[in-house]
Each structure stands twice: as C-alpha cells, then as structure tokens.
Ligand binder design. Sequence first.
Ligand code: ADP
Ligand code: ADP
Length: 229
Amino acid sequence: MPMIEIHKISKWYGSFQALKECSTKVNKGEVVVVCGPSGSGKSTLIKTVNALEPIQQGEILVDGYSVHDSRTNLPKLRSRIGMVFQNFELFPHLSITRNLAIAQMKVLGRNKDEAVERGLKLLDRVGLSAHKDKYPGQLSGGQQQRVAIARALAMDPIAMLFDEPTSALDPEMINEVLDVMVELAQEGMTMMVVTHEMGFARRVADRVIFMDAGEIVEDDSKEQFFSQP
Ligand code: ADP
Ligand code: ADP
C-alpha cells in the first residue's frame, strides 16, 4: 500500500525550476534513499511531502490525503509525518525533556505527564536518558540528532523524512545516528532519506532514487542501483 505518492510534481523558485515532473511512491514500511549532486532538488523534493515547500504542478498523497488540497487538514497530516533536518533544530532554550514533550502537548493535545512519559521512553530508546535535564547546547551533534529523532517518534508518525541527517556531524558521530535509523527501518518505519551515506542505503534501503537537475533520473531497487557499472 502506498504511504507516499508523488505524481508529476513541478516546483519553481521564482523562474528557476527546482523540480521537473517528479513521480515516485513509497509503500508502507519501505525505505527510500534519495541521492544526487548538490542542488539537484533532493531537499526540495522531500520538503514537498509535508508541504514545507509548495508545488505549482502535480499532486502528493500521504496516507491517501492530498497534501496540497485545501480540504485536507494539513496540520493534522503534518503532525503524522516526522521530519529530521541536517541541523537538528531543537529548541535551544528548552531542556531535552521539554523539547520532547512540547509538540505532543501543543499539536496532539496530550497532557504534560503523558507527553513527558512518551518522550522519555523514546529518549531511552536512543540511549540518552541520562541527558534528559540538559539543554541542546550541552549535547554533541550526534546526541542532538538522536534527540531530534526521538522527538519526531514521540508524535507516533506514519512516515519519517530525513534531510541529510548526518551531514553536519563529525565523522565519529555519524554511525550513532545511522544505527538509530537502521533500527527504525528494520522495525518497518516508512522512510524517505536524503543522504550521501551509501552504506546506509546498502544496509536498509528498498529503493534508491537518483536526482539530477530537478529530475528523478533513476528510481531503482537497491539491487539494481548497486549492480550498475
Ligand atoms: P539538494 O538538496 O539536492 O542540494 P535543493 O533542493 O536544496 O537541492 O535545491 C535545488 C535547487 O533549488 C538548487 O539550485 C537551489 O539553489 C535552489 N533553491 C533551493 N531553495 C531555494 C530557495 N528558497 N530559493 C531559490 N532557490 C532555491
Ligand atoms: P477529525 O477526525 O479531526 O474530526 P475529519 O475526519 O472530520 O477530522 O476530517 C476533517 C478534514 O481533515 C477532512 O477534510 C479531511 O480531509 C482531513 N483529514 C482527516 N484526517 C486526516 C489525516 N489523518 N490526515 C490529513 N488530513 C486529514
């Protein structure tokens, strides 16, 4: 069953066309890695999935709901799509515990106790319980990114989008983040991941999309992708 369906989408930034009739789909439980040169439209593509970037042509359905249709409850849909960015984007002035709880309270309407309990459970899962009372600036980049993943998971997402989640990390921290992502993939999370980490793709991707100049030029099974000359 398709969880994310992208139908012939085009997007312009002013007069510059960043996406050219891109189509693909991600089935429930699938992991799709998006790669390609810098500026090819990877980040734009995944940001269209939760309407962080508007499109001018085409259609995107998530769990059957049209993302850019005014009849869709976009806040509700967005709350169910987890997004992890290159730069963590934690709230610097809030403790880790509050970072984990706040969206659950504001967006899902969970009460504080519930939200904190759920957040701490996921913090434990990423191995960072001991840091619950710290602030983001007191953690390493790899730890912050693991908190960002836990925060997204606390919203019980139906799919997760990752935009170069390890690109801002020192090399020794990349694996601690990838390991969490591999575990998620193995548990059946539906994921779209923009990354240059081809080792990650080899381990868990079902498909690999290659973009160039705003177009999806390859959309292959992992086996096809890695067997090409
Ligand atoms: P990638 O993730 O593959 O590096 P992006 O999706 O970030 O590519 O960008 C695709 C193209 O769109 C690039 O040429 C980039 O300069 C351009 N672009 C991205 N964001 C904007 C923006 N907000 N305004 C104008 N051009 C943009
Ligand atoms: P609620 O369950 O909050 O009462 P409804 O099911 O009545 O919401 O739907 C209200 C609007 O929100 C509908 O137009 C529908 O398109 C949209 N909607 C409902 N559920 C979702 C969802 N899970 N994701 C995105 N949009 C949704």
